[in-house]
Design a binder for this molecule. Structure first.
Ligand code: ADP
Ligand code: ZN
Length: 447
């Protein structure tokens, strides 16, 4: 089902005409209402009346995360606070969080785009939805909630975490659709297995997963374990929250960006100029219809590529690839660029290892060291014996050494780097307890 056929299957020339018109209106709106944009446009020599449309996009100024911080908390709002019906804030690992605001109009748009996400994922009105995204300042929970209601789903607003309760609800309420982070889906899958629950006995058919990076290999793993379709949803608070784009379950080949509301560019992160379709660059979004805090050319730091070909699902909206990394999570190890997603993809193809891992980066004697710690499977663990993992290995050292060698070799092929490999016993690597999971620990710099 396509939720908004007229918008989602609009021919490209019409999409672009609509975007041009909305962009013109946006530029005038921001210049008039937000001092930050008056200044940045004036400095760039942009006169709103001269902006004709998409062809002028490259000369419009960017917005960066630091601009949100500098205008904390409400400095980028384009309407008086009395017209803002909701605020959200991102976690903000350091210092103050990033604050965003929504008018009632914006909340309605959000529900509209998230309803599209559910339809893209294969949900049908009348079905039931278990929402294991966190409710609160984080945009995940409430964003999914309103979109689900709009589509006509029955929502179970359980929020993140509490695995025992999640499983009870999956069994007793029988939702067909579930949403959470991919790392938490893995936690759930393992818990089901441990309790001897066969996913075939559950009604759940689709997992909508996002809020953190994951790989194709992880999709295979989760779909096999949970016996569901796992589809990718992408979003960020600054642009709206979850619902900027979502994969269609038919193709599972890139997430359709809702181009009538969000204008997407993929740029060379260094020069800021557009890269051709199919090439990786930084995603930059302009919100075309929001009123409380619209953003012009927001630099997400997320790296992906774009595909504007028509999709087998019938939609014309451009598809973005998975996020292959972030401009700020790329590890530079002895001069070699490494993204954690490359490591995940390489590890998940290996026999005897589980999809739980941790990446440590250190520097000793001015030399970067990267260590990948990966858990072995329960079966391997039983076969070689726990002694090996407790550090007093007498037996089976050759098996573990062989496994380490194989992984080392695979990672060297994939990354062009020598990586130190350690094996962990089952349960030793970090797990998601409901939200986003941190797997990379770069100890070279204080963060
Ligand atoms: P915070 O994590 O700071 O609370 P957000 O929830 O807005 O704020 O996080 C948005 C970021 O999460 C995106 O910029 C992107 O890096 C990441 N993200 C969201 N969805 C996905 C996804 N499907 N794949 C990869 N990364 C994602
Ligand atoms: Zn599609």
């Amino acid at each position: 089902m396509i939720w908004n056929e007229a918008m989602e299957t609009m021919p490209r020339p019409d999409i672009e005409a609509l975007q041009s018109q909305r962009l013109r209106e946006l530029v005038a709106y921001l210049h008039e209402r937000v001092p930050f944009y008056t200044k940045s446009m004036d400095a760039a020599g942009v006169v709103p009346a001269d902006v004709r449309g998409l062809e002028d996009l490259p000369r419009l100024p960017f917005t960066k995360k630091s601009d949100l911080r500098d205008n904390y908390p409400f400095g980028l709002f384009a309407v008086p606070l009395s017209e803002v019906s909701r605020t959200h804030a991102s976690s903000g690992t350091t210092g103050k969080p990033t604050v965003v605001g929504y008018t009632q109009n914006d909340i309605d748009i959000w529900a509209e785009v998230v309803a599209r996400c559910f339809a893209l994922s294969g949900a049908q009105p009348g079905e039931m939805f278990q929402n294991a995204y966190g409710y609160g300042l984080f945009t995940g929970g409430l964003g999914m909630h309103y979109g689900a209601e709009k589509l006509g789903l029955t929502v179970i607003p359980v929020s993140g975490g509490n695995t025992a309760r999640q499983i009870m609800l999956l069994q007793d309420f029988g939702p067909q659709i579930m949403a959470c982070t991919p790392s938490y889906a893995l936690t759930l899958a393992d818990a089901l297995l441990e309790q001897g629950i066969d996913p075939d006995d559950l009604a759940v058919r689709v997992f909508i997963l996002g809020a953190e990076p994951w790989t194709e290999a992880m999709r295979q793993e989760l779909e096999a374990k949970l016996k569901v379709h796992a589809v990718n949803i992408y979003g960020l608070s600054e642009i709206i929250g979850p619902g900027v784009s979502n994969e269609c379950v038919e193709a599972k080949d890139g997430a359709h960006v809702f181009e009538d509301h969000f204008l997407v560019e993929v740029l060379d992160p260094v020069t800021g100029t557009a890269v051709p379709d199919g090439e990786i660059g930084e995603l930059v979004f302009t919100t075309l219809t929001k009123k409380a805090m619209p953003l012009l050319r927001y630099r997400t730091g997320d790296l992906a590529s774009l595909n504007r070909e028509k999709c087998i699902c019938g939609r014309t909206h451009a598809r973005m690839s998975r996020i292959v990394g972030r401009t700020d999570d790329m590890l530079i190890i002895r001069g070699v660029n490494v993204f954690p997603s490359q490591i995940e993809a390489a590890l998940l193809g290996q026999p005897h290892v589980s999809p739980h891992y941790r990446i440590n980066v250190t520097r000793a004697d001015h030399l970067d060291q990267i260590e990948v710690q990966v858990e072995v499977t329960e079966r391997f663990f039983r076969e070689v014996g726990a002694d090996v993992f407790a550090g007093h290995a007498e037996t089976a050292v050759s098996e573990t050494n062989e496994l380490k060698q194989t992984i080392h070799h695979t990672l060297r092929e994939a990354l062009g780097l020598n990586v130190q490999v350690s094996l962990l016993a089952p349960g030793e690597a970090p797990r998601s307890e409901g939200g986003k999971l941190k797997r990379v620990f770069d100890n070279r710099v204080l963060k």
